[in-house]
Write a protein that binds this ligand. Structure first.
Ligand SMILES: Cc1ncc(COP(=O)(O)O)c(C=O)c1O
Length: 447
């Protein structure tokens, strides 16, 4: 028996030691939900039940679970070379993966800095932005601007530009000089929009307010998720991202798209930047880069960003950027990443996501008249179903729906009172129907 299978047989008789992330530990430990295996669209629980994955794990398993090609690539790599030092040494797969990622990134986004998670990608991009201006002789640009309701991971940089109060409030003063533009969520104007809402492009002008307040010469970068996932699937209004790009260009501010969720096919193209026709100065990504198999993240930078560092460094032996991680470009992650990109290409999964998105849209919007539903919104292979909160108990109704859906064999993600759907891009139409029908039934049974 292999190790994974023998572990699966162990009783979880002591759940205490593991302090679970972003989890109601006491609730979980009173009624644990344990996965022990996964394949394709399904997880298997410890009790042997199959759970249809409508969340791609945590927005990451875009090609479906335990893909043979990825498993074998990682197995072969670990048996050949387990680790290679990340600093002052290299290995071929890291260079190859960087080339492959930049080849599917839009415009002249030609350089890739590897990290191990979305949070590290964000903090890396923020540091690069500040140092970039220094390298260009504009060291006064230190401010980092995010957006209300943004999620950029859990490092102090990402928290500082993030805009979810529950994530921020316990952690004291965050980065000096961080600020936020307003979010774009407006049910009065945009409820039940299909794809990008018509109303709200002008909200990008809020950046001009911060420029007027702080002075453009103090602002290094603006970071936004093109589609905000973790805060409840907020879709950019038409023209909004274009307008942000224009304002950043006007004031010499770098624009960063956090594509940790939207990267690698989720919206029906390689990146949201590609799909929505706006090229930022940097993209942060993670999750789908390895299909969730091995932790990895990356910052993809435009040529002018990379060049600024190469041109500013004096002497060929000088390190241009004093930043990096022991596991940047880890061989196992690179092997997983290369095999993942092969699957995306060979199975045309980004195109598949695009062509399936119309069916998905019709299916999720059929929930418009289900109990408690106050909005349905969608783009690509993502949808948000917003429920009316239970009075005095925000988040409770959606959490009850999550638990009941799990009982009925469907994994979703909930955030606030929003049910977020992001199935693997291999999902079949019948499985979309099953997800939506089960949600409808569950909403009829919960309070
Ligand atoms: C947009 C965005 N940025 C950053 C992160 C953080 O990624 P990680 O959990 O890998 O640190 C996430 C995670 O969901 C995310 O959605």
């Amino acid at each position: 028996m292999n190790v994974a299978a023998s572990l699966a047989d162990l009783s979880p008789n002591n759940l205490e030691a593991y302090w679970m992330p972003f989890t109601a530990n006491r609730q979980f430990k009173s009624a644990p939900r344990l996965f022990v295996a996964a394949e394709g669209m399904f997880y298997k629980t410890r009790e042997g039940r199959e759970i249809l994955d409508a969340a791609s794990g945590l927005w990451c398993v875009n090609a479906g679970h335990c893909r043979k090609e990825i498993v074998e690539a990682v197995q072969a790599q670990v048996a050949t070379m387990d680790y290679s030092p990340a600093f002052q040494m290299g290995h071929p797969a890291a260079f190859e993966l960087a080339s492959r990622v930049s080849a599917i990134a839009p415009g002249d986004m030609d350089h890739v800095f590897f990290v191990n998670s979305g949070s590290e990608a964000v903090d890396t991009a923020l540091k690069i932005a500040v140092a970039y201006h220094g390298a260009n002789g504009q060291g006064g640009r230190f401010r980092l601007i995010g957006r209300e309701r943004g999620y950029h991971g859990v490092g102090f940089g990402g928290l500082s530009v993030g805009g979810i109060v529950a994530n921020r409030k316990a952690f004291g003063p965050l980065l000096n000089g961080s600020d936020h533009i307003c979010h774009t969520h407006n049910l009065a104007e945009n409820a039940f929009s299909r794809g990008q809402p018509e109303w709200g492009g002008h909200l990008a002008d809020d950046l001009e307010r911060l420029v007027a307040l702080h002075g453009a010469e103090t602002i290094a970068a603006v970071i936004v998720e093109p589609m905000a996932g973790s805060t409840g699937v907020l879709i950019p209004p038409k023209g909004y991202l274009q307008r942000l790009r224009e304002i950043c260009d006007k004031h010499g501010i770098l624009l960063i798209f956090d594509e940790v969720i939207t990267g690698f096919g989720r919206l029906g193209a390689s990146f949201a930047a590609e799909k929505l026709g706006v090229v930022p100065d940097m993209i942060t990504c993670a999750k789908g880069i390895t299909n969730g198999t091995v932790p990895m993240g990356a910052v993809i930078a435009r040529k002018h960003v990379y060049d600024a560092f190469m041109n500013a460094a004096v002497g060929d032996n000088t390190i241009e950027l004093f930043h990096g991680y022991t596991y940047s470009g880890h061989p196992l992650a690179c092997a997983a990443g290369l095999a993942t990109l092969d699957i995306y290409r060979d199975e045309r999964l980004f195109e598949r996501a695009d062509s399936l998105s119309g069916y998905f849209e019709d299916a999720v919007h059929s929930l418009k008249d289900a109990p408690y539903v106050i909005d349905v919104r969608n783009i690509g292979m993502v949808a948000g179903i917003e429920l009316e909160p239970r009075e005095g108990q925000p988040t409770a109704r959606a959490f009850d729906a999550f638990l009941e859906l799990y009982e009925r064999g469907i994994l979703v993600r909930t955030t606030g009172d929003i049910i977020a759907l992001s199935p693997p891009l291999i999902v079949e139409e019948t499985q979309i129907d099953r997800i939506v029908d089960t949600i409808r039934d569950v909403l009829k049974t919960i309070e």
